[in-house]
Design a protein around this ligand. Sequence first.
Ligand SMILES: CC(C)(COP(=O)(O)OP(=O)(O)OC[C@H]1O[C@@H](n2cnc3c(N)ncnc32)[C@H](O)[C@@H]1OP(=O)(O)O)[C@@H](O)C(=O)NCCC(=O)NCCS
Length: 168
Amino acid sequence: MSIKAVIRDDLIYLARIEHDVFGTDAFGVYILHNYFDDNIFFIKLVLPENNSSEKIIGFSIVTKLAENAIRKNPLKKLNLSNTTAANIDNFLIIKKYWGKGYGKMMLNHIITKLSDLKYSRVLLEVNTHNVRGIKLYKSQGFRIIGKKKAYYQSGADAFVMMKDICYL
Ligand SMILES: CC(C)(COP(=O)(O)OP(=O)(O)OC[C@H]1O[C@@H](n2cnc3c(N)ncnc32)[C@H](O)[C@@H]1OP(=O)(O)O)[C@@H](O)C(=O)NCCC(=O)NCCS
């Protein structure tokens, strides 16, 4: 298993697995292209295959938290404007590989990389019904700091979760 930077040729496949997991709430290939051009990092989790090729089993997009997001509730009250905050815009593992520790591995990789880059906080949105995702994030030190109503295309609400990052 290794974690690598996504290349542009991966995007069509990523849009497909994104659709399989998130359905109507999925980012399409156009949005993924935009993220490809503007991110802190855009990574894929790959497993080696027999014929020396690789299979992508998950990916994540991490961006700098936008100033306009910081000025809105529920982040307004946190006074984040003088901190370097990142946002996990997307995070998924293909269903077949759930429950094997890959999600935790990819999340820890992201936190370590953000710490190396001297980010002090990382935030994300997660569907309020996504028990598995919420459990993963809580187990890695994220806490729920607010809720965004009808955040998703489907009308579902999101929790906003945040973790403080330590760096030397
Ligand atoms: C959420 C997701 C990333 C978890 O990935 P994963 O590889 O299955 O997670 P892991 O195997 O590393 O497990 C990490 C933690 O998830 C939780 N978890 C694992 N299996 C679980 C289950 N069957 N039920 C509830 N929680 C579970 C546990 O807290 C686990 O930690 P533990 O093993 O110390 O108890 C994955 O299920 C996924 O991609 N889901 C769809 C997309 C998504 O929801 N993304 C996150 C929100 S944007």
